[in-house]
Design a protein around this ligand. Sequence first.
Ligand SMILES: Cc1ncc(C[n+]2csc(CCOP(=O)(O)OP(=O)(O)O)c2C)c(N)n1
Ligand code: SF4
Ligand SMILES: [Mg+2]
Length: 315
Amino acid sequence: MTTPAKAAEAAVKTSGVKPPDPMTPLDVLVEKYAVVPDGNFRYCPGCGLGMAQSALIRAFHKLQLDLTKVGTSGGSGCYAIMPHYFKSNHHHGSHGRACAVATGMKLANPELPVLTIQGDGDMLSIGGNHFIHAARRNIDITAVCFNNFGYGDTGGQYAATTPKGSKTETSPYGMPEEAFDPCKLAIGAGASFVARSTVSHPVHLTRVLAEAIAWKGFAFVEVLQHCHVLWGRRNGMPEATDMMNYYRENSVFNTDSLTDEERFNTPTYYSEEEKEGKYVLGILHQEAKPEFSEEYAKLRERARAEMEGKAGARA
Ligand SMILES: Cc1ncc(C[n+]2csc(CCOP(=O)(O)OP(=O)(O)O)c2C)c(N)n1
Ligand code: SF4
Ligand SMILES: [Mg+2]
């Protein structure tokens, strides 16, 4: 399927403009897209957030985004400092409200690319209501969810995404509740682009983030991002590498059409049994449908014409 990102890539190829070099060193890109006041990112050593951030920066580079003309919205959590580093116009709001703020940003300035950068707790626990309604409206927002299976910033309590049976600060005998499947939730709520990847698949993650940002409509990306310090340690994976291997060994792709770099030895599934108990990675849903800020602009035009017509008839 031709996606907007692929169309943009094809346009670059035919225009003679040099495409962005995917081998550009990360420190050059960090300089271009971020400001890190004391030179240190404030994540625990080995945290998946650093890897997720690198993929997001590489996605900005792939699309040659001018971040000073991008709006970002987020809330509270370990992840929440990330968009403060970016050169985007960032709103750090109340925990869970990023989709509501992003909706306002987009309606006030429909030309502005808008991203929410959120944790799983922020987006899908306290913020679940805002999330499903933004998805339902299919407003042109890219919603990036860093899923580390719980509340990192407050000490590792369980959230709506914590795998059943796993141990957390508040479920020492194992999480008794079923977890949300964030991608199924997004599809059910009406998102027109839904994808999942992991920090153990950085090339794939970069591509799906770029595709999501280029998508017109509500685009959701679930990024499996380890917190080895809180969740991993309590579940037999105390090192960052333990969790990175866990993602690779417990994931399957939904497609064969991947480069070796994207695949990173993770197989494709061909039957229901092969995906049972695995994280299914890939672009899981894509559907062209009307986008809310455009529909809203049309509605305003109709209302304006009607009001002007009535005023003319009265004159
Ligand atoms: C309204 C409100 N409720 C609760 C909190 C406390 N709080 C701060 S961060 C956080 C959890 C964040 O979890 P998540 O969004 O998954 O981000 P992570 O820390 O895991 O990256 C909570 C509950 C808050 N700041 N505001
Ligand atoms: S507590 Fe977990 S999610 Fe938070 S910075 Fe540390 S490793 Fe990352
Ligand atoms: Mg979290």
